[in-house]
Design a protein around this ligand. Structure first.
Ligand code: PEP
Ligand code: MN
Length: 344
């Protein structure tokens, strides 16, 4: 059930409704939009209808949510969720671009990439330090040393930082170093990890599982939100199909569909979706055209030498070119690119 507060509801009235819900044994989630405040209440519907909450001062109406995903759903919150990270937004008018290598390899590689993607207009630097590789014999990541480098790259360039976590231990550690936590496709249904990510105070990028349905993906986001972290960004990164020419099949229909079903921001990762750098630019443009709020793109200063995912990584030159072209697409669909400041 969602309790929609009046536009003029006072803080005291909001607090009283939340308190009353909790006294009655419901779990209450205060979700603040730009215009409105709604309270997501989880519990028995009949009992809630009979509770008298609907006539409390400051309450406009109570709306039942029919979908299995509750806090995530557009029914719970009609406005888009806009997440502020450092000096940019995801989910607002501007398109946010996260770029960087698949894995943090060394200081020089990361800092150089961070400077280059910043100059090209990106807002955040990505870099894996815990790498869930298909083979246990492949490079597994620099772990905490890599996190330190990411933090350094953030300070040096002003970019926000993001890295993938694979378990509670890496999550605890990474939360002390980076601005955004990424949960990868392989862990989308690691429910324990999702719950722990729901208890931190950092935005979480939740990638779509390799063969996850929309509902499974949204239910995974619900796990995070149900623990009180409402800053979830969904990332479409391709799904497993019968096609073998591409690493995965990018499901662009997920973008407008999720936008209908949920208020959360949606970004697209064309790199893991295709596994092929030549397809990254066209699909990035397609993603912006269908309404994505941002992109997550792999960029490496020397893809041929990358320890991980070189064939799908853009060179800095190709990334710069893509950023210029994206500005045109964004304009055509009434959006703008978030402004990256030029380094002096
Ligand atoms: C990644 O972004 O580095 C990654 C491993 O992606 P995914 O979880 O989508 O495979
Ligand atoms: Mn990768």
């Amino acid at each position: 059930m969602v309790i929609v507060m009046d536009l003029q509801a006072t803080e005291d009235q909001i607090k009283s409704v939340k308190k009353r819900l909790e006294e009655l044994g419901f779990k209450a989630h205060l979700i603040r939009g730009v215009e409105r405040i709604v309270i997501g209440a989880i519990g028995d519907r009949k009992q809630m209808m009979a509770s008298g909450i609907e006539v409390m001062p400051g309450v406009e109406k109570m709306v039942p949510i029919m979908k299995p995903f509750k806090l995530v759903s557009r029914e719970a919150k009609s406005e888009n969720t806009v997440i502020r990270i450092k000096d940019f937004d995801i989910g607002g008018e501007g398109i946010a671009v996260i770029a960087g290598p698949c894995a943090v390899e060394d200081r020089e590689q990361l800092i150089e990439t961070a400077r280059l993607v910043k100059e090209a207009g990106a807002q955040a630097i990505r870099g894996g330090t815990y790498k869930p590789r298909t083979s246990p014999y492949s490079f597994q990541g620099m772990e905490e040393e890599g996190l330190e480098l990411l933090a350094e790259a953030g300070v040096e360039t002003g970019l926000a930082t993001i890295t993938e976590v694979v378990d509670e231990k890496s999550l605890d550690l990474a939360a002390g170093y980076v601005d955004i936590i990424q949960i990868g496709a392989r862990n989308m249904q690691n429910f324990q990890l999702l719950r722990v990510a729901g208890r931190i105070n950092k935005p979480v990028v939740l990638k779509r599982g390799l063969s996850a349905t929309m509902e499974e993906w949204l239910m995974a986001a619900e796990y995070i939100m149900s623990e009180g972290n409402y800053n979830v960004i969904l990332c479409e990164r391709g799904i497993r199909t019968f096609e073998t020419y591409t690493r995965n099949t990018l499901d662009l229909s997920a973008v407008p569909l999720i936008k209908q079903l949920s208020h959360l921001p949606v970004i697209v990762d064309p790199s893991h979706a295709t596994g092929e750098w030549r397809l990254v630019a066209p699909l990035s443009k397609g993603a912006v055209a269908v309404g994505a709020d941002g992109l997550l793109v792999e960029v490496h200063p020397n893809p041929m030498k990358a320890l991980c995912d070189g064939p799908q990584s853009l060179t800095p030159d190709n990334f710069r070119q893509l950023m210029r072209e994206l500005a045109e697409i964004a304009k055509a669909v009434g959006r703008t690119m978030n402004q990256g400041e030029k380094l002096i």
